[in-house]
Design a protein around this ligand. Structure first.
Ligand SMILES: Nc1ncnc2c1ncn2[C@@H]1O[C@H](COP(=O)(O)OP(=O)(O)O)[C@@H](O)[C@H]1O
Ligand SMILES: Cc1ncc(COP(=O)(O)O)c(N)n1
Length: 540
């Protein structure tokens, strides 16, 4: 251990200087009555679930599922690890139980400082660990306790032996706000009675309620011959059946952990128990449906995608390279009216522009119905991907998200670039229309990738648009830290003076009518591209 020279011995353990400082702080604070950090008006209390469970190296179930489910549901999740499993889609290859004292230490660290709203339990591999947990919860009470009595993995491997049952019944269930056994676990808690029908699930829920849990949810994921996935909730008075369609997929590893941690997350957000179960079940169904065809591992039971984002990175469907400012060279912006007047679809127009050499495309469909816009965006995206050309959507962040477009272009009165960035994430391309150096500065600060500056020349594609002229364009380009594309009335006849401005940040021109208000989009694009490439060669 290389730390000893700068460490202090506390409770027989060496602490790093920062940890030492924390201990000293704690001591100072412990002297004060009810000492809690001062929360100012601008700080926000975040809903918080603590999961006490085992680690799954395959990350489909256990601690990893709990973290992902809570993150997906917008709730903070801290973790106390009870066991480390070597596990994959085939099964559980090994289990290493964390020493009881160290489980206690983790519990104390989190509970004494972070005050979680709800505790959710998963794999509790020994009677000692169950006892330590119930003691800790008596010392540091929380708003709700969700117990998922994990005993056997879906692959059939034992995660907690039958000896655990008595401590579950005696220690944990009486403290639980809800317990969520699957069919096998419910049967084990009741001494091995067979559970084969929804009626059996009801009577099991009632018997487990009699042991002490306030609410019992018997999960029917494994119910034979059922076209629905049925779970039964008993609250001590009434029974409720939660039904969802049974998703046909191998990717169901971790559904139980996810359901329980989602219930905990909803409770932490302040929902009623009924609403928490309903929402959690709907979330599991939606995530399974999204993930039904993803392929991870070769075993019988794969993990699913809690964030519902993995398919965005499907190599066939996503852009492979980061944004290149040189993509702005010939920027084609669609206009639904023009293409309609010339009798062609948006898709045909985009196909011709891309085949003619457009280096980036923006769909600007101000009049289209949402459904038509989305359908057009999906088919344009396919074409653009085939040619390695990025496709952006004007203004409509929802359409960009729904079709996984490469980015969005916004104007000064649209959604601020900062908000668009939060919604789209770090990889997508964001462009902002700017007329002044100040607007260009804000776009840069807010995380845009490029700016569009114009109108350079008068145009009738945009009503009431103030023309900045070549001088205004040059001013913005000189001030901008972002690459610039010039827009507004630019075509074959007047592109030369724009490119001759010779400002390094000016990377290309965006065109609407010069491509789409013409008979042959392909030919016009080819011609304009030739002129642009010539102007670059001349400048060199
Ligand atoms: N194929 C499926 N389609 C939809 N929901 C499912 C499917 N399999 C399980 N579920 C749901 O997932 C949750 C977890 O249930 P279950 O698989 O029985 O738990 P466990 O993972 O503990 O065995 C339940 O709400 C159940 O109804
Ligand atoms: C560490 C750990 N905790 C819980 C489960 C149960 O999940 P499943 O029932 O989906 O196998 C598991 N397999 N591994």
């Amino acid at each position: 251990m290389g730390y000893t020279s700068s460490c202090t011995l506390v409770n027989n353990r060496y602490l790093l200087p920062s940890q030492n400082a924390r201990v000293l702080n704690l001591k100072a604070v412990q002297g004060e009555q009810n000492s809690r950090p001062l929360i100012t008006m601008s700080q926000v209390k975040i809903p918080h679930v603590l999961t006490v469970a085992g680690s799954d190296s395959g990350a489909g179930a256990g601690i990893q599922a709990d973290l992902k489910a809570c993150a997906a549901r917008g709730v903070y999740c801290s973790t106390v690890i009870t066991a480390v499993t070597a596990q994959n889609t085939v099964g559980v290859q090994g289990v290493n139980i964390v020493p009881e004292d160290f489980v206690r230490e983790q519990l104390e660290s989190v509970l004494s400082d972070m005050h979680p709203d709800v505790v959710k339990t998963g794999m509790l591999p020994s009677t000692g660990i169950v006892k330590i947990l119930s003691q800790s919860l008596r010392e540091f009470p929380v708003r709700a306790l969700v117990v998922d009595p994990v005993m056997v993995s879906t692959s059939g491997d034992v995660l907690a032996g039958p000896s655990i049952l008595d401590s579950f019944r005696e220690e944990l269930l009486p403290m639980a706000d809800i317990v969520t056994p699957n069919l096998k676990e419910a049967s084990a808690l009741l001494g091995g009675i067979p559970l084969e029908t929804v009626a059996d699930m009801r009577s099991a829920a009632k018997s487990i309620h009699d042991i002490g849990a306030r609410n019992v949810l018997v999960k029917g994921g494994d119910l034979a011959d059922s076209s629905d996935a049925v779970d039964v909730l008993f609250d001590g008075k009434d029974f409720y059946e939660f039904r969802s369609s049974r998703i046909k997929t191998r990717n169901t590893h971790g559904t139980g952990c996810t359901l329980a941690s989602s219930i905990a997350a909803e409770l932490a957000r302040g929902s009623s128990l009924f609403y928490a179960v309903k929402t959690a079940k709907r979330y599991v169904e939606t995530a399974l449906d999204y993930s039904k065809d993803i392929l991870i591992g070769n075993g019988r039971q794969g993990p699913f995608d809690h964030m519902m984002k993995l398919k965005n990175n499907d190599m066939k469907l996503s852009r492979h390279r980061p944004f290149d400012p040189n993509d702005l060279l010939l920027y084609a912006v669609t206009d639904s009216r023009m293409n309609k007047d010339w009798g062609r679809s948006i898709t045909d127009a985009v196909k011709a522009a891309v085949e003619g050499g457009a280096s980036i495309v923006q769909l600007r469909e101000k009049d289209a119905d949402t459904r038509d816009f989305l359908d057009a965006a999906k088919s344009c995206l396919e074409i653009c991907r085939q040619h390695g050309v990025p496709l952006l959507i004007n203004d409509r962040v929802d359409i960009a998200l729904a079709c996984n477009a490469d980015g969005v272009h916004v104007g000064q009165s649209d959604m601020p670039a900062r908000v668009v960035r939060t919604l789209l994430g770090p990889d997508k391309i964001i462009g902002v229309s700017c007329k002044t150096p100040e607007q260009a500065h804000v776009a840069w600060i807010e995380g845009a990738d490029y700016i569009g500056c114009g109108g350079v020349y008068p145009t009738n594609t945009k009503e009431n648009n103030i023309t900045v002229g070549l001088d205004g364009l040059k001013n913005v380009c000189l001030a901008s830290k972002l690459p610039v594309v010039a827009i507004g009335g630019i075509g074959m006849s007047n592109v030369q003076p724009v490119m001759e401005l010779g400002v390094p940040s000016l990377k290309g021109v965006a065109v609407v009518s010069a491509l789409f208000d013409r008979e042959s989009v392909l030919r016009e694009t080819q011609n304009l591209r030739r002129v642009l490439l010539d102007s670059i060669t001349t400048a060199k």
